[in-house]
Design a protein around this ligand. Structure first.
Ligand SMILES: Nc1ncnc2c1ncn2[C@@H]1O[C@H](COP(=O)(O)OP(=O)(O)OP(=O)(O)O)[C@@H](O)[C@H]1O
Length: 289
């Protein structure tokens, strides 16, 4: 299986933030969701991928080659969508599109026209008059109009209404039916991932928590609900995160087999949702309701 993106011991630090020795890869032909709480490092990771900021150490490879913003091949092969507005406010959609198109050798005017129509974006509307969601749609239309093999998107569903959000997710699922196409997108919305992601990359405080097939997560994690008397020094150690209330607790165990062996007859054992996995992992063992 080909790897479309590879991070190899990548380091990047800011004043109070460190991405340290980040090593993982993303497979060609799949949709990978990048998740993590605010400040986990998702945008930093995506900006490094796009060559907008640079890693201090380590190597990033895209399509098997070191990533370089100056490589014209990359520009054509990658479609980038972000919630930042990189367009000129005083131009209309049509004018902005004319300006962008020559940068891509694979630009397809007809495809772009189709997406603008589908997204109900009027070519004569000025960028400054677009809502946040409309700007995201325009950014998407551009990314989808030059035959990119890899779509890299920073929170593409943020600001979209629920109807279009769903349509977009369907569109992205359809996009990778061509097995050479791949998508990496960051999101805070685990429902988006439940719907379309094949793989999940989970970042927390600049560290990789896991890079897993979504389907394999239920085999690994267990959500245990029970009485407080079940928690002692030994059993507490098994939990990635525990939420205690006056009457009992619920906690996430990252070794499902071990957790089931001990808790199955004395507590309620469930398969956690992706949101629960995120919640308990981020919060750790210090939650008190
Ligand atoms: N240019 C910068 N200078 C200093 N610190 C920065 C800079 N860019 C990002 N950071 C810090 O790096 C950390 C990671 O930020 P990043 O934007 O990558 O997180 P994120 O996971 O995308 O968060 P969110 O979900 O809130 O968008 C944060 O603590 C942020 O304050």
């Amino acid at each position: 299986m080909n790897e479309v993106i590879q991070f190899n011991q990548v380091c990047k630090s800011y004043d109070r933030f460190e991405l340290k020795d980040l090593t993982f890869s993303i497979k060609e032909g799949y949709i990978t969701g990048l998740i993590g709480p605010n400040g986990a490092g998702k945008t930093t990771l995506i900006q490094m991928l796009m060559g907008m900021i640079f890693a201090e150490r380590g190597e990033i490879r895209i399509f098997g080659r070191p990533n370089s913003p100056d490589d014209p091949g990359f520009k054509d092969r990658i479609g980038y969508v972000s919630d930042e507005n990189y367009f000129y406010d005083h131009l209309t959609i049509k004018q902005m599109k004319r300006m962008i198109a020559p940068f891509f050798s694979g630009w397809d005017e007809e495809v772009c026209r189709k997406y603008l129509e589908l997204f109900r974006l009027s070519p004569d509307k000025k960028i400054k008059d677009l809502s946040k969601g409309m700007k995201m749609k325009f950014s998407l239309a551009i990314a989808l109009s030059h035959g990119a093999e890899l779509l890299i998107m920073d929170e593409p569903t943020a600001g979209l209404d629920p109807v279009f959000r769903r349509e977009l997710l369907d569109l992205l699922s359809g996009h990778i039916l061509d097995e050479k196409k791949s998508i990496l997108f960051s999101t805070h919305n685990t429902t988006d991932l439940d719907r379309i992601a094949d793989y999940i990359v989970f970042l927390n405080e600049g560290k990789l928590v896991f890079n897993e097939m979504k389907e394999s997560l239920p085999e690994k994690y267990l959500l245990v609900k029970g009485g407080k008397e079940l928690l002692d020094r030994d059993t507490r150690g098994w939990f990635t995160g525990i939420r205690e209330t006056a009457h009992g607790f619920e906690g996430l165990v990252s070794n499902r087999t071990e957790g089931e062996r001990y808790f199955k007859d004395i507590a309620l054992c469930e398969t956690p949702t992706l949101e629960e996995i995120m919640y308990f992992t981020v919060k750790g063992n210090t939650i008190h309701a």
